[in-house]
Design a protein. Sequence first.
Length: 121
Amino acid sequence: MRKILIVSSAIAIFGICLLFYLAKTSKPNFVPLSEIDSTYIGKTISTSGRIVYVNYNKGNVFLTIYDKNSSISVPIFSNIAKYLNVNLKKGQKIVVSGMVDEYKGKLQIIPRKASDIKVVE
């Protein structure tokens, strides 16, 4: 009985460690901006686009990114914006990862940490 307890405890600890590792190292799926729709609400994705609107307001940064014929809002709240190591400007191309949400009938991607926003051009 003691051996079963030890083996099952070891398997449980290994499983928890494996889940933690996968959660830390997995990357969100890349979805082209034009394909993002309401079916993605609640999912974490990555996409890219060019900044066409930027507004710094009370520590928050509000972006709109555009690619071809699609755009999406990217609110970067102050708890994340204060850790950004780049000054975001119109015309920059960025890759953003975050959870898709809806606000006032419009889709948005909400980054969870500063490293979820990367300037690529």
